[in-house]
Design a protein around this ligand. Structure first.
Ligand SMILES: NC(=O)C1=CN([C@@H]2O[C@H](COP(=O)(O)OP(=O)(O)OC[C@H]3O[C@@H](n4cnc5c(N)ncnc54)[C@H](OP(=O)(O)O)[C@@H]3O)[C@@H](O)[C@H]2O)[C@@H](O)CC1
Ligand SMILES: Nc1ncnc2c1ncn2[C@@H]1O[C@H](COP(=O)(O)OP(=O)(O)O)[C@@H](O)[C@H]1O
Ligand SMILES: [K+]
Length: 465
């Protein structure tokens, strides 16, 4: 699990280092890491360093000085101001200064551009001369290594602004919100996190990693039986949306449920023809999955209220989200997409998309449930305000039916005894990881069928220990 640190939290952590040791050379360590990664990602050829006026530019120019010991380096001060000591170091090391026109012309001969214009102090957007260079970089397909973050982005959000598009980003201490939230994250390329001796604080925002999924994924042992592994009661689908029932049962079974009981209104014969192990009808269960594919079929309110009376953990998806009972929904996992969350909160979808973190937190605080906001970035918010971002996957899973499978997976994890936040994080992560391992337009049911191979691979990997 990685802590996600805001620019203010990172600055405070940096100040704490200087309070202990006023001579701490954080910039020197940052520069050394940038130079090392630059050599790794583009071992030969000239490097162009584009430097801004603040410390981000300082990092880049000290890195320029180190790189100039072994390869040609050019630098452009994008705003006339720049970190004076770093400019002096770059000049002393033999780096050649160019102007805006020279920087664009130099791209033809460069194997790497280091973007050190703005970092934590970045105000969104780019001045025209820089935008011209960014366009030229994109056209010339010269790889960009961004220092801390692609200049132009806002460190503290996932919003898109005119910015560099990095192939690699080197950041310090821990990831910042722009590195882990789409669409900004797609501009960061591969993010290298470098320890420069700043102690990163615990925060209310974290991002899960494959190792967490491997460690926490429930596995049967010699004492397991179908009941102890977890029985999932699935009330999904309807006459109109029969497929949703098949998909949520598929998610639950392929995620390792001990048993799936189907109590929804789709034709049971359809489900049994696909999954003969499903038991049709009520019975004891450890978790319930509600709502996927209900459409406007009757009795939603009563079915959700009944689930509440069972006092079991529940996944509440899609149409069941319209019928949330009053009171604190402890132990429940709500799985809205942005539109459904907007409806829950009484705001617009655009508002949720612009402020996903505050919206998902608000829904969890208000309902007392854990809320998994689905989409390109998947946020799992607990009523306490803590948010965990699931492992990211490719956009191939953006298709009808993925959410139904995910609801089933989360149901199996709740039934196995995981707390709601962990079920949400693991469910969203395993679906994303399976899609990443099987790139292409696989249908949600095909991807669900590939979950067991992914889970087996995780279980046998050293990450699982
Ligand atoms: N904290 C740490 O742990 C460590 C931090 N380190 C490094 O320090 C970096 C932070 O440095 P920083 O505070 O000097 O801010 P930085 O990102 O250089 O930007 C400020 C300058 O940019 C300008 N500017 C901003 N937006 C603009 C725009 N759109 N268009 C035009 N100009 C714009 C802004 O102008 P102003 O707002 O003053 O008008 C100001 O001149 C951090 O990212 C990391 O690389 C490491 O050295 C060591 C450990
Ligand atoms: N841009 C994206 N990248 C990756 N996954 C996405 C993206 N957009 C949506 N998804 C995934 O697609 C699914 C959509 O869920 P949902 O809208 O409820 O679908 P449905 O109700 O049709 O099953 C979610 O599981 C989410 O993880
Ligand atoms: K930068």
């Amino acid at each position: 699990m990685r802590t996600v640190v805001s620019s203010a939290e990172m600055r405070a952590a940096e100040q704490a280092v200087f309070a202990r040791d006023p001579e701490a050379d954080l910039m020197g360590k940052a520069a050394a890491a940038i130079a090392r990664i630059a050599d790794d990602v583009a071992p030969d050829g000239a490097v162009l360093v584009v430097a801004g006026a603040g410390n981000n530019g300082g990092d880049g120019l000290f890195a320029a000085a180190l790189l100039a010991e072994r390869r040609p380096v050019l630098f452009w001060r994008a705003f006339r101001d720049a970190h004076a000591a770093a400019v002096a170091a770059a000049r002393a090391a033999g780096c050649r200064e160019v102007d805006a026109v020279g920087a664009v012309a130099a791209l033809a001969d460069c194997s790497l551009v280091i973007d050190a214009v703005t970092g934590l102090g970045s105000r969104p957007g780019l001045p025209l001369a820089l935008q011209t260079l960014v366009d030229a970089c994109d056209a010339a397909t010269v790889p960009v290594l961004s220092v801390d973050l692609p200049s132009g982005l806002d460190a503290d959000s996932g919003a898109l602004h005119p910015s560099f598009s990095a192939e690699h980003t080197v950041t310090f201490g821990s990831v910042k919100p722009c590195h882990v939230q789409q669409p900004a994250a797609s501009r960061c390329g591969r993010v290298h996190i470098v320890d420069i001796g700043v102690t990163v604080p615990d925060t209310q925002l974290r991002v899960a990693e494959a190792a967490d999924v491997a460690r926490w994924w429930p596995r049967p042992d010699a004492s397991s039986d179908k009941y102890s592994r977890g029985v999932v009661l699935v009330d999904t689908g309807s006459e109109q949306y029969q497929g949703a029932a098949v998909l949520s049962c598929s998610g639950a079974l392929h995620a390792g449920a001990g048993m799936v009981r189907y109590t929804g209104r789709a034709a049971s014969g359809l489900i049994l023809s696909r999954f003969p192990s499903v038991v049709v009808g009520e019975g004891r269960a450890q978790a319930i999955v509600l709502g996927s594919g209900w459409g406007d079929s009757d009795g939603g309110e009563g079915r959700v209220a009944l689930a509440r009376m069972h006092s079991l953990p529940a996944v509440v998806d899609a149409d069941a989200l319209h019928w949330l009972p009053g009171g604190r929904l402890d132990g429940w996992l709500l799985t809205p997409h942005a539109g459904e969350l907007a409806r829950l909160l009484g705001c617009t979808r655009a508002h949720v998309e612009a402020h996903p973190l505050s919206c998902v937190r608000e829904a969890a605080r208000h309902t007392g449930a854990t809320v998994l906001l689905k989409g390109a970035t998947q946020y799992v918010a607990e009523p306490s305000g803590r948010v965990t971002i699931a492992v990211a996957g490719p956009p191939w899973t953006a298709q009808a039916g993925s959410g139904d499978v995910l609801a089933g997976i989360c149901g199996a994890l709740l039934a196995a005894g995981l707390p709601a936040w962990r079920a949400g994080v693991l469910g969203a992560s395993i679906q994303a990881m399976t899609a990443a391992a099987n790139p292409g337009p696989y249908t949600p049911d095909e991807l669900a069928a590939r979950l067991p191979a992914m889970i087996a691979q995780l279980s046998s990997s050293p990450l699982a220990r």
